[in-house]
Design a protein around this ligand. Sequence first.
Ligand code: HAM
Length: 403
Amino acid sequence: MISSLRGMNDILSDDYERFTYFIEIATNVAKRYGFHFIETPLLEETALFKRSVGESSDIVGKEMYQFIDKGENDVCLRPEGTAGVVRAFVQKKLDRAGGLHRFFYHGAMFRYERPQKGRLRQFHQFGVESFGEASVHEDATMIMMVSDILKTLGIGYRLQLNSLGDENCMPQYRTSLIKFIESMEDKICEDCQRRKTTNPIRVLDCKNQACQEIYKNAPKLVDNLCDGCSNDFTKLKKILENNEILYEIDTNLVRGLDYYSKTAFEFVSDNIGSQSAIAGGGRYDKLVEFLDGRATPAVGFAIGIERLMELIIMPENARNGYYIGAMDTEAIDIVVELAQKKRKTEKTVIDYKVKNLQNHLKAADKVNAKYCAVIGSHEMKNKTVWIKNLEDKTEQIVEVKNF
Ligand code: HAM
């Protein structure tokens, strides 16, 4: 038997119901905030992710599904959605059009990670990207959108917040952090020693407990912000407080993608185990320029759908539509005809197997139908259909021509 690849799941039945329920709610929220749907390809040039997500990131360094296609192009399956949306934004010359451009998307992402609970190699994200707004109000709006989606789904969360500074304050901070790392070089793990040269701020997010103890004394990003970044961060916190969004400052939150500056945030859940991040995002004001577009401020987020699906409790599903079946072989043709007629307006599930009434009622219950309609030899003779309302348990007999 051929099985699906490790870390790649089928989505069907109840999972599919939860999946589409989530997409519907998130889409409604995104539309209410004035965002428009965008679909970008699953396959892109590898260079796109190297230049945006960053060569030093784990995603690009270790986790890409990368290959040379038949035309000798170096391509890879997208590990995330932001880079493709920015590429489309520049390619469609929207950077030159000016104004605000707000997009949402959902779809499969691919990362060759070590699979475990909540960590897949093919997973799905719902994301939004907003272009053209430099004000920190838009950062707050992103956070409020995620919060709205989670609240609608009845999912609790903790919001972690940090500011990563910008080109004015980050270089100076990086220098003082490198100095600190060098003073501790013999005590930190090999990965951190490597990060010191590739991307020093990533050490702050090291999963090694001994390293974390050491970094408690490291200089903090939030204490080294320039006036502009510091004022924006203060304002962001104020807007969130005014809108009753609780947050925690996590000075070690640096995110696993290199394109961020200023605001960085993550929504975490305490109920899904170690892979606790259910959404992440932040500001990326330099990325459009980095991908050859005209300088455009931007901010966005993505929600991990599989992790959320663990937490979604579906509302009680109301019975709906018809189940229709035959109690006599002779009745099958008319049952098919009636099902076809009913489907013009109602969900109608048919069972071609001839069964007794008891078994048809059981089958109707299983598909959550509101009505169970059956035709047997008696109904054939009288040109009628026997119908039971499975909600209020009432029964009726109607003429076939009135069904
Ligand atoms: P990210 O933090 O890499 O950000 O991913 C966003 C979310 O996707 C995570 O919080 C997590 O829920 C989910 N996720 C990530 N990797 C996996 C995995 N291997 N298995 C299951 N779920 C996973 C981004 O991707 C950015 N593009 C977000 C963004 C949009 N920033 C600005 N705009």
